[in-house]
Design a protein around this ligand. Sequence first.
Ligand code: SF4
Length: 363
Amino acid sequence: MMERKKTRRVMVGSVPVGGGAPVSIQSMTSVPTEDAAGTIAQIGRLAAAGAEIVRVAVRSLEAAGSLGDIIAASPVPVAADIHFDYRIALAAIRAGVHKVRLNPGNIGGTERVREVVAAARERGVPIRIGVNAGSLDRRRFPHPSPENMVESAMEHVRILEAEGFADIIVSLKSSDVRLTVEANRLFSRTCDYPLHLGLTEAGYGTACIVNSAVAIGTLLMEGIGDTVRVSMTGDPAGELPVARGILEASGERRAAIRMVSCPTCGRTDPDLDLLSLAREIEESLRGRYEDALTSSGRSITVAVMGCEVNGPGEALEADVGVAGGRGGFMLLFSRGERKRRITRGEAAAAVLEEVARILERGE
Ligand code: SF4
């Protein structure tokens, strides 16, 4: 695994960010925060889907008034996203939020910054400075270049540092993959505050998944980034499998269940219906073993391959594998050994039986 860039450790409630901590996954609610019950319900769904920190937009003092109940009921640390109004920041910190996202240059002068910093320091609340390419001050930074994004972030950082406050997380986001990657690389060379990675206005569906994976995955594989958020238009629960998949693909987390399957080609017997077989096996494995494997930190790899030419290689590498043959038969492999010939109809049960054996043996 790539060695991570050494950053400072910042605590977001119980979740460490930076300083060698595992890269955490964040999400954000879409329910108005004034609706405490709705926000609590959504945080519960996001946490169940894998969010380790959840951010809520706090746009009014009324929304800040809901925070006490929200924080008390939340299974994960809660971050408050605040723009411009320092009174909301103070109310959020007093309510017990675990992190505040605000840009100190935008809350109206040194006295107000001092008050917010004093409250944050007293309660051990970190501040995330979030620079988005789309909302740079265009008079001062006419082009959203990596240099301008980093300079804008550093201006906010210096305001906090001038108050002796270093409990800082920074994000540099754009909807453009290359700009986001370059800005984060540059910031990472500039200082050692932990980085929150993500694209902003990343869209939805395939484009969002691909762009987020390239931007976040590229940085993680260079050892840059301490916490991630995939932004996706629509239900934020949809972000979480993508974020998790990016962490797994970039080697930051181990997949509990790893499926390997070939794309099929002219060598595949069409009667094998490989896609249905792979899905059936994956669903059964997730239903039976995913929670136990995740909590024990173990992992199982299963290969579902279409032919006897290239299939056995992958099937032998996996914990358990099947490779298709002709006439409705397949070959079963387990832990690097060819076991036996089975029919297509027996394949899912045979794979599950081998997996159960491996897990029972505690290997
Ligand atoms: S494993 Fe066999 S069936 Fe699958 S894509 Fe490769 S050659 Fe084709």
